[in-house]
Design a protein around this ligand. Structure first.
Ligand code: NAD
Length: 433
């Protein structure tokens, strides 16, 4: 199948590589010329485990190409996938649809023969109708269908999730379009559940899923707060809860709050849609409020550890919103850093993958270290903010020698409390003592 993908970011690029690996002819389109130049030069523009080899393999095989030209990517395509960003509107927090609208309008004039337009971006309910209208207006004689094909991949696991998705949801209003998507995903037949639903249901499934997961994280974070006060251990509590199949044992890891490019924006967009439809989505509203407050509370825990130290030096391990990615968008770590910077402290930060992205946001407000140990040099407290596995492999002696005060605030529970304390550290974690 000939596939054009509009938007070559964290979703579009792994999708393009994956579809090429399945044998399709894929053209990835992006309006950012520098991204396309880098990709054409064989340089990946995002970090995702396992992506590089597949990318190189499919480029060499001639199945994967990159362009800034909408015409080149769309005119011969059987399927055009829209994977552009839908960032939160700065004021209302609804999904900002300007990139979707632009992509739909730009692609319309190049459609030739029957084409399915699939929206992979996370879009408000009813967007399929809007996209259809925009294309129809620009090119009244075009033969096309618009389907909703929500993306559920997890950053850091994008390649794994492409080839082994939990489910594929398709919102198609015509059989012809549904059949084309079935053909695309034929290699997954018998391995992955495929759910065909109304387009508006499909659009809702994506938001309803992300909002549910965000609420689950917020719930265990509140339980962690409770456990700290009540002398319980949140991991034991989570284990006991998770053994109930109705609850399930995943997404019960306490931490500094949910973040990333999806949960914060999708919960806000869902809450906005609730308000617009006159529906009370109180659980989602509460999770948003509580999660925002949590980042400030987490920063306060770090500051409390250096309350009596003038011009304290704080070492930060981790800036990405989670491990396995270089993405800092809405990262709890970055928000905690921003809170810390409101105080009279100096920060030395380290992240194995996200330093370049962080630098774009933090500029010269912090010092950047090349290693975890270097960041810890002379620090009065170490704050662990992202769960990179390497942070769990501490050389206690080296760390103690590097720091000015042996104090750790571990907001990802990477270290064993008893080990940290046995090695002479003041140690705080989340949800237990
Ligand atoms: P991104 O910002 O990484 O990538 C979007 C890309 O689209 C950018 O490279 C941008 O230059 C390009 N673009 C924008 N308008 C364009 C146009 N008119 N023509 C060509 N290119 C254009 O975004 P992302 O993280 O890949 O997310 C894309 C969508 O997928 C969002 O709606 C997001 O909510 C959703 N989603 C993201 C994830 C994730 O883990 N990142 C997971 C599931 C769903």
């Amino acid at each position: 199948m000939k596939v054009g993908i509009i938007g070559t970011g964290y979703v579009g690029l792994p999708t393009g590589v994956g579809l090429a690996e399945l044998g399709n002819d894929v053209v990835c389109i992006d309006r950012e010329a520098s991204k396309i130049e880098a990709l054409r030069a064989g340089k990946l523009t995002i970090f995702e485990d396992g992506l590089e080899d597949l990318f190189k393999k499919n480029v060499s095989a001639g199945r994967l190409t990159f362009t800034t030209s909408m015409k080149e990517g769309v005119e011969n395509a059987d399927l055009v996938i829209i994977a552009v960003g839908t960032p939160p509107h700065p004021v209302t927090k609804e999904a900002d649809m300007k990139y979707i609208h632009a992509a739909a309008t730009e692609l319309a004039e190049y459609l030739q023969g029957y084409t399915v337009i699939a929206t992979k971006s996370t879009v408000p309910v009813g967007t399929g109708d809007v996209v259809e209208g925009l294309i129809r207006k620009k090119n009244p004689s075009a033969d096309f269908d618009v389907v909703s094909l929500p993306e559920f991949l997890r950053e850091g696991f994008a390649v794994h999730d492409f080839f082994a998705p939990d489910r594929i949801v398709v919102g198609a209003n015509t059989e012809k379009a549904a059949n084309l998507i079935k053909t695309l995903y034929k290699p997954f037949e018998g391995k992955t559940k495929m759910l065909f639903v109304k387009r508006r249901s499909s659009e809702t499934i994506k938001y309803a899923s992300n909002a549910f997961l965000a609420i689950k994280i917020h719930y265990i974070n509140e339980m962690a707060n409770f456990c700290e006060k009540a002398g319980a251990d949140v991991y034991e509590v989570a284990q006991g809860m998770g053994l109930d199949n109705r609850i399930g044992n995943r997404f019960l890891n306490p931490g500094p709050g949910y973040g990333g490019s999806c949960f914060p924006k999708d919960t806000n967009a869902m809450a906005y849609m609730g308000r617009m439809n006159g529906v009370n989505l109180s659980l989602i509203e509460a999770a948003i409020k509580g999660n925002d407050a949590r980042k400030v509370e987490m920063a306060e825990r770090v500051l409390e550890a250096v309350r009596h130290v003038p011009e304290a030096r704080i070492a930060v391990w981790g800036l990405a919103f989670k491990n396995g990615t270089d993405d800092c968008r809405e990262s709890p770590a970055m928000q905690i850093v921003a809170e810390l910077l409101k105080h009279d402290v100096r920060l030395s930060v380290y992240d194995p993958k996200a330093i370049e992205n962080a630098r774009k946001l933090l500029g010269d407000k912090v010092e950047y270290a090349d290693s975890a140990l270097q960041a810890a040099k002379g620090a009065d407290v170490l704050a662990i903010l992202t769960e990179w596995p390497e942070f769990g492999k501490v050389d206690w002696l080296e760390l103690k020698q590097a720091m000015r005060c042996a104090s750790i605030v571990d907001l990802r529970n990477m270290l064993r409390p008893e080990e940290a304390r046995a090695n002479g550290f003041e140690y705080q974690c989340i949800g237990c003592r």
